[in-house]
Structures are given as structure tokens and as C-alpha cells.
Ligand binder design. Structure first.
Ligand SMILES: [Ca+2]
Length: 211
């Protein structure tokens, strides 16, 4: 028998076998594999072929919008670079085997902080790397700051002590971890200062939360 991937150039004749490894050359896509057989009398058959989808490329998966801090709930759209099944989690666990993993169908509404992990698997089972995006959703009543920070001393470690002033006139000072808390009279506000260009307040009527 002889094998070909174009029906023109053929492999050297070899003993008949019901299966045989065959390396396809060229790019991914629909391909054909041709074969010819020789009878016991020495006559070669015409060529026959079968089709295969050659796919050696794993998909890529991306999220829009990407992770970050948002002041309102977000719809997160997941996109694969080729037709794929996308699995995801919102708790940071591995979407390949987590019990919380879900199959993506439509944009995901995120109303609270979430750690998105997603993988895409294409039609032949090739799997993307794991996409990881963190979302911080700051919702609730926003409290204005008057002048943001009016006193910051840098000698404290690991975080500077910063005095925060609200429009109500109340002030609070960060601790050495960078957290500050206003009393419940204003709605409890608890935030970490130092990792953003200016303080952003989160109003948590039900209690405090370390970000
Ligand atoms: Ca592929």
C-alpha cells in the first residue's frame, strides 16, 4: 500500500496494514489522507481518501472587561480564540476540576468581588492556559472626601499612617496595615489606603470588610 496527503506524491510501497501512523504536514485545517493498494496480482488500485480536521493549536481565552476595581456591577464576557467550551469559576478555584465550575454561556454578572478563572477546550480537546482575573466591585453609598489626604507620615512601616477626613468633618487614621474605619454613624467605612492613587471609600452598612 502507499499513503499520500495530496493524492499526487506517494509514500514508498509498504506491506498492507489496517492502521499506520501518518504525520500530516502543513497548517491546521481540513485535510485528506489518501491510500492506494496493490492486489496479489500486482495491480494498483485507484486512490481512496478520508478527511480529518488537523488541529494542533490550543485555544486562548480572554475576559472583557479585564480584572480591576469597578464602582458598579459588571458583566464579564469570555471569548475563546476558536470554537471552544469555556469553563469558569468565580472563587479562584481550578475550572478544570472545581465543583463550583460552570460552563460559560452568556456574560457573567459580577456584583461582588470575584476571582475569575477560566479555561477553553477546543473541538479536539486541546486546552488553553488558565485565565485569572480579579475583580473588585465597590458598590453602595459613596462618601465624599474633602481634600482626600491631608496628613501622611511616611516613617511608619509597613504602611504610612494617613488621616482621612470626610465632608461630615469626621476623621479617621489608618493603622499600620493601612486600614481605616469610620464609626457607624456615617455608615461603617473600612478601607485600605496606599495601593491606589487616592482613597476610595466603601460604604458597608452591615459591617466592615477588609479589602
Ligand atoms: Ca485548536
Amino acid at each position: 500500500m502507499m499513503i499520500s496527503d495530496n493524492g499526487v506524491g506517494w509514500s514508498p510501497p509498504e506491506p498492507y496494514a489496517t492502521s499506520r501512523p501518518w504525520t500530516l504536514s502543513g497548517n491546521d485545517g481540513p485535510r485528506r489522507v489518501f491510500a492506494r493498494y496493490r492486489s496479489g496480482l500486482g495491480f494498483w488500485s485507484g486512490s481512496c481518501f478520508d478527511s480529518i480536521l488537523l488541529d494542533t493549536t490550543a485555544p486562548r481565552v480572554s475576559a472583557s472587561p479585564t480584572g480591576g476595581t469597578y464602582m458598579e456591577a459588571q458583566y464579564i464576557a469570555l471569548t475563546a480564540s476558536e470554537p471552544s467550551t469555556i469553563r469558569y469559576t468565580l472563587d479562584g478555584s481550578d475550572p478544570a476540576n472545581s465543583p463550583t465550575a460552570q460552563t460559560y454561556g452568556a456574560p457573567i454578572l459580577i456584583t461582588t468581588d470575584a476571582k475569575l478563572s477560566a479555561i477553553a477546550t477546543d473541538a479536539v480537546g486541546l486546552r488553553s492556559g488558565t485565565l485569572a482575573e480579579s475583580y473588585e466591585i465597590c458598590t453602595g453609598t459613596s462618601l465624599g472626601l474633602s481634600g482626600y489626604v491631608f496628613d501622611a507620615t511616611r516613617q511608619n512601616s509597613p504602611m504610612p499612617l494617613v488621616v482621612i477626613s470626610l465632608e461630615t468633618g469626621q476623621t479617621a487614621t489608618t493603622n499600620t496595615s493601612g486600614y481605616y474605619t469610620f464609626p457607624p454613624a456615617t455608615g461603617l467605612v473600612h478601607h485600605r489606603f496606599g495601593d491606589r492613587p487616592h482613597a476610595r471609600l466603601r460604604h458597608l452598612p452591615g459591617g466592615s470588610q477588609a479589602l
